[in-house]
Design a binder for this molecule. Structure first.
Ligand code: G6Q
Length: 564
């Protein structure tokens, strides 16, 4: 459905979403505000306002966000919300949910939200209600996962399948791997999961000797079914299966997840064993589609439905909550505040929950592939910084590694702490210690330690004046370093779904503010295209000069050829 175009912003001659952010009146107001904000002390702001925690926190879809440890005042939030309004966030949000083709460089709708929507109301794309197709595929996922989980779907020699190997890369890998690990505790006891993505054969070769071909199911997940890594690995896995179980085995041991039926059947997987999805699902937004099949197998179709319901609950919140009480919007605006006004170049994700270990890598793709752009929707330079470099690892591991830089390094790195309040564990003391570390790190980043405090501490330890002078600068912390804390009530499919949808919408809002297309990824194409020529040169099929014009690449090819 197409919505009428928004009226031009008074300050621009083009649509608001496409005009330069740096020319926006709300952006200018934030710049003036920031001139006074740079030196605010968060601790002082807490002292001045005993209700700061209460009014700088939000609940949505079962999640809790504490954003009080940020360098903001009420006025900051008001100005940031004005920016969101001016940039057309609400209008663009309506367009996304309505199935408008907001991915303009590919002329595609952006409807991962339809994958977790109930069957009504209809969501129309090109005159078709996509929820009908979505629910038909969900029914097939349910039937198939029930059969595999119950042992009714057997391999070619009559054995139940107990090992699932997902072959896919990028969006067809990071999501399913992350969610299967996050919900590991809910997984079917007799099923084990492996994820093969890399074109480096070391990955597949390390796995195949450890699994039994008679009990293995391969899922080839590829939206295009043309991705070099996936197709090469899928061919190798099929050859291995045929060698061990015979030529008919793929029919019982291979299924595909794709939008490309012709390529799937050409590969030799029957269309009955293919789970489709659609071009309006971006790869990095596809875990809700049949790309999530490993999760449905792991936790069952009811669990998968809960996962979708959690995301849908966050969608409902995102669509309806006022901007200042809207969790994805607030998270996005804080990110813009640090990226564009404090020049914070990176964002660290710190899940204090071991089973969320792949979340930073997942969010890295979501954020950096979506918003790592330098031109706006009209193809003009954005002129302001866009996505930060996103990175991180689980706590408490990071504390013993890079947290040094977070506390005392020269860069200010905003951190998102994410943890889980209830743990189903026989070791509650571990969980208490985990939470304590999570909460203490955000407190330490904010509070810091003055040199005077460091001196008092050192004196109390009995050090002499010379030692105190020498050590005090090393033992003090600047503090005033911002963070958010996101709490999940428990690690359930519902909470995980809500968490991922929270970040999806955060990235969307930031993309709208920057005026960029968050849903294409042309930047990955150039290297892929060059690799084909380089591969031919490495094989000796063409001269290196034909493959690449630069002396460095030619030199590397020559060395590799002589080494082989
Ligand atoms: C995601 C990207 C990219 C994609 C992979 C795999 O948004 O488009 O990561 O998912 O390149 O693509 P296929 O699923 O088509 O194999």
């Amino acid at each position: 459905m197409s919505l009428p175009a928004s009226p031009p912003h008074p300050a621009c001659t083009v649509q608001s979403a496409a005009c330069a952010l740096s020319a926006s009146p709300a952006f200018a107001a934030l710049q003036s505000h920031h001139a006074t904000a740079a030196d605010w002390s968060m601790c002082a702001l807490f002292d001045q306002d005993p209700t700061r925690f209460e009014h700088c926190s939000l609940e949505a879809a079962g999640l809790f966000l504490d954003y009080s440890k940020n360098r903001i005042m009420d006025e900051t939030v008001a100005l940031l919300c004005a920016l969101a309004r001016e940039r057309g966030v609400e209008e663009r949000r309506t367009r996304m949910f309505a199935g408008d083709k907001i991915n303009t460089t590919e002329q595609r709708a952006v409807l991962h939200t339809a994958l977790r929507a109930p069957g009504t109301p209809p969501i129309m794309v090109d005159g078709q209600d996509v929820t009908v197709d979505v629910h038909a595929v969900l029914a097939r996922i349910r039937a198939f996962s029930d059969r595999v989980r119950s042992g009714q779907w057997t391999g070619t020699r009559g054995k139940a399948l107990t090992t699932v190997v997902n072959i896919g890369i990028g969006g067809s890998f990071l999501g399913p791997k992350m969610v299967c690990q996050a919900l590991r505790a809910n997984c079917h006891p007799s099923l084990t999961f492996h994820f093969v993505s890399n074109i480096d054969s070391n990955e597949l070769d390390a796995l195949l000797p450890r699994i039994d071909p008679d009990t293995t199911l391969f899922i080839v997940a590829s939206k295009t079914f043309g991705t070099a890594e996936t197709i090469m690995n899928a061919h190798a896995a099929r050859a291995w299966l045929v060698e061990h179980c015979g030529a008919d085995a793929p029919a019982r041991h291979f299924v595909a997840v794709s939008t490309n039926r012709a390529a799937v059947t050409a590969f030799g997987i029957d269309a009955d064993n293919m789970f489709p999805f659609w071009d309006w699902v971006g790869g990095r937004y596809s875990v809700w589609s049949a790309v999530g099949l490993p999760l449905a197998l792991a936790i069952g179709a009811d669990g998968f439905a809960e996962f979708l319901a959690g995301a849908h609950a966050m969608d409902a919140h995102f669509r309806s909550a006022p901007l200042a009480q809207n969790m994805p919007v607030i998270l996005a605006l804080l990110g813009v505040w640090y990226r564009n006004f404090f020049d914070c170049r990176t964002l660290s994700i710190a899940p204090y929950w071991q089973d969320l270990q792949y979340l930073p890598a997942y969010l890295q793709q979501l954020d950096m592939e979506s918003n790592g752009k330098q031109v706006d929707l009209g193809g003009r330079p954005v002129k302001v910084a866009t996505a930060p470099v996103l990175w991180g690892d689980v706590g408490t591991n990071g504390q013993h590694a890079y947290f040094q830089l977070l506390h005392q390094g020269c860069e200010v790195v905003p951190v998102d702490f994410i943890t889980v309040l209830h743990a189903d564990t026989t070791r509650p003391a571990h969980h208490t210690a985990l939470l304590a570390n999570c909460f203490a790190q955000s407190a330490a980043l904010m509070r810091g330690k003055t040199e005077a405090e460091a001196r008092t501490e050192l004196a109390a330890q009995g050090l002499d004046a010379g030692a105190i002078d020498a050590l005090a600068p090393h033992r003090s912390f600047p503090g005033n370093r911002p963070s958010n804390t996101i709490l999940l009530p428990a690690m359930t499919p519902h909470a995980l779904g809500a968490l991922i949808a929270l970040y999806e919408h955060k990235v969307f809002v930031q993309g709208v503010i920057w005026g960029i297309n968050s849903f294409d990824q042309w930047g990955v194409e150039l290297g892929k295209a060059l690799a084909k020529g380089v591969e031919s040169a490495l094989q000796g099929n063409v001269e290196a000069t034909d493959a690449t014009g630069d002396a460095s690449t030619r030199g590397l090819i020559a060395r590799a050829r002589s080494a082989r």
